[in-house]
Write a protein that binds this ligand. Structure first.
Ligand code: GRF
Length: 227
């Protein structure tokens, strides 16, 4: 079977991009990263892509008079590169129907919170300031509303007592690096289908709870004996 040609869209450091590259290079993730596109010229993720000989493109949204014009140019560049699916990995732009309709059902995004809580930029900060006991991350299909589309996978990350937002953000990021490549693999294998808001995963493995130091319990703080 031919590999799904994807583009990874970034705006910043690209650690999620790196996680995808690593999984491609170790043979776990069978996709062809045709292009890394950034809307910010200085994004470190562009350097990561270059180190792995992945073509890059920078398009500054500031050079376009409307979101639609910017999206139209992205579509042109990505289609020219043979891209069929999009992984948004820290891409800090809201897209329009111009972009959505070019890759129907083939655009996914990672968000560093348990949606629908704390949508938008700064989800970790808001969750931390709110005092949540459990935060996490979500990979979802992209639709016309921000951080809204059907949910593919979510991971719960407990907030530790007294933890500051930086360490919580970092621990969420570590989990992002696992769930985003996983969701991308499912997409590439054609195993995701939509029924309304519900994402069906074909041939799903039995859910396995991870119990280790990072995941003391999916209920946090853990329940005490007797409950
Ligand atoms: C991640 O937390 C992602 O979920 C959010 O922005 C951050 C990007 O990190 N949308 P990186 O650029 O992948 O390191």
């Amino acid at each position: 079977m031919s590999k799904l040609p994807i583009a990874v869209l970034i705006s910043g450091g690209g650690s999620n991009l790196q996680a995808l590259i690593d999984k491609v290079e170790d043979g776990t993730l069978d996709v062809d990263i045709k292009m890394v596109l950034s809307n910010r010229a200085g994004a470190y993720g562009l350097e990561r892509a270059k180190k792995h000989s992945i073509p890059t493109c920078t398009l500054s949204h500031k050079d376009y008079s409307s979101r639609e014009d910017f999206d139209g140019e992205m579509v042109r560049v990505l289609k020219d590169a043979g891209v069929e699916a999009i992984v948004m990995a820290g891409f800090m732009r809201i897209i329009t129907p111009v972009f959505l309709s070019a890759f129907p059902g083939k655009i996914i995004n990672i968000h560093p919170a348990l949606l629908p809580s704390f949508a938008g930029a700064g989800g970790q900060v808001e969750a931390s300031e709110y005092g949540v006991q459990i935060s996490g991350c979500t990979v979802h299909f992209v639709d016309e509303k921000m951080d809204h589309g059907a949910i593919i996978i979510q991971a719960a990350v407990p907030a530790m007592p007294g933890e500051d937002v930086e360490t919580l953000t970092e621990r969420i990021l570590q989990v992002e690096h696992r769930v985003l490549p996983q969701a991308t693999k499912w997409l590439a294998e054609g195993r995701l289908s939509l029924e309304g808001r519900f994402v069906k995963l074909a041939s799903a493995n039995v859910v396995k709870a991870e119990l280790n130091a990072d995941f003391p319990c999916l209920i946090n703080p853990p329940l005490e004996e007797g409950f």
